[in-house]
Design a protein around this ligand. Structure first.
Ligand code: HEC
Length: 134
């Protein structure tokens, strides 16, 4: 019994060690003051803040999975393909090109996005375009 415990303790310790290693490997490339966020431009960073914060966009848009709204990856893909304009869309001036059948649901958010500045809207666009699935 005692030796079994010893084996378990060793396994746990080894487990922790390799975990530590993984983590240091993972964080190494982003060796900057801002950490991983440094990969985004200031504008895209602003967009990310709004997307995950006061814009509440994350409630319906997940990175690479459709929930209530299409995934960020899908929006980026279709807007790039069709040369769309996310800023105009969020101002309520564009036509939906990703999932027009669900446009009514997205439209409810224009009450939020209409109060955002051009800089903030451009940030959202930059964030969506530069989004890299984790
Ligand atoms: C209540 C859920 C909900 C929230 C919150 C939400 N969306 Fe959406 N969004 C949707 C749905 C549903 C669609 C699909 C309909 C469509 O394509 O217009 C969509 C579509 C979109 C599209 C593609 C539009 C197109 O051309 O078809 C963009 C861009 C977008 N959302 C951005 C945002 C941003 C930015 C925010 C935050 C300010 C946000 N959404 C918040 C539900 C939501």
């Amino acid at each position: 019994m005692k030796s079994l415990i010893t084996v378990l303790v060793v396994l746990v310790l080894l487990g922790c060690k390799s975990e530590e290693k993984k983590e240091s490997l993972y964080t190494a490339p982003a060796d900057t003051a801002e950490g991983t966020a440094a990969e985004l431009s200031p504008s895209a960073n602003l967009g990310k803040e709004i997307f995950d914060g006061k814009g509440n966009c994350f409630a319906c848009h997940k990175p690479d999975q459709k929930i209530i709204g299409p995934s960020i990856a899908e929006i980026a893909k279709i807007y790039k393909e069709k040369n769309g304009n996310i800023v105009e869309f969020l101002k309520g001036k564009g036509e939906p090109i990703v999932d027009p059948s669900q446009y009514e649901v997205m439209k409810t958010n224009f009450s939020i996005t209409k109060n955002l500045s051009d800089e903030e809207l451009k940030g959202l666009e930059d964030y969506i375009y530069n989004f890299q699935a984790p």
